[in-house]
Design a binder for this molecule. Structure first.
Ligand SMILES: CC(C)(COP(=O)(O)OP(=O)(O)OC[C@H]1O[C@@H](n2cnc3c(N)ncnc32)[C@H](O)[C@@H]1OP(=O)(O)O)[C@@H](O)C(=O)NCCC(=O)NCCS
Length: 150
């Protein structure tokens, strides 16, 4: 499996994968995906397998909070048929390495309270719960905030 930067020609594949990963309203519109891909402090990585098949992708970035540089995981999407084969773990490790090099001390993220698979995945990767944001998704589903020291 190859981990590489996302390219402009990946857009349709990334959009389709995000639609396959999240219910309408939580999955992004094309405009939202384009915004997160282009935002200057963000980067996007693709896990490619076989004949240029996208097995998964991630978008992450950096932000400043009280003077400290934080990493933020914006999304991490793995094809349903490719799950539990370490694709997500490899993408997450690539994000963590890139953020460490950039000087980030902590990686933060939000995950829906009903997304037990992702919570299990993040806990396995050393994240701890730090809080809860009411109505973060669709105005009615809470998010858990999680973080991990880099
Ligand atoms: C969460 C997600 C990215 C995990 O990707 P993945 O490639 O399946 O993860 P890995 O194979 O690297 O899993 C590593 C470990 O994480 C944990 N884990 C992964 N999926 C899990 C699940 N469904 N339930 C519980 N633990 C899980 C396990 O400990 C797993 O190790 P194991 O398979 O040896 O038990 C994937 O399920 C996904 O794309 N979900 C839909 C999109 C999503 O919710 N993204 C996160 C948004 S915040």
């Amino acid at each position: 499996m190859l981990i590489r930067e996302a390219l402009a020609e990946d857009f349709a594949g990334l959009y389709a994968l995000d639609q396959a990963c999240f219910v309408p309203g939580i999955s992004w519109s094309k405009a939202e995906l384009a915004y997160f891909l282009k935002y200057p402090r963000n980067f996007a990585l693709v896990a490619e397998c076989g004949a240029r098949q996208i097995a998964g992708f991630t978008i992450a970035g950096t932000l400043r909070r009280e003077g400290a540089l934080l990493g933020r995981l914006i999304t991490l999407d793995v094809q349903p048929e490719m799950r539990r084969r370490r694709v997500g773990g490899i993408l997450l490790e690539a994000v963590e390495e890139r953020l460490r090099v950039a000087g980030a001390e902590v990686l933060v993220l939000e995950v829906a309270v009903d997304n037990e698979a992702a919570q299990g995945f993040y806990e396995r990767h050393g994240f701890r719960r730090t809080g809860r944001i009411r109505g973060y998704y669709l105005g009615r589903i809470d998010a858990l905030t999680m973080e991990k020291a880099l």
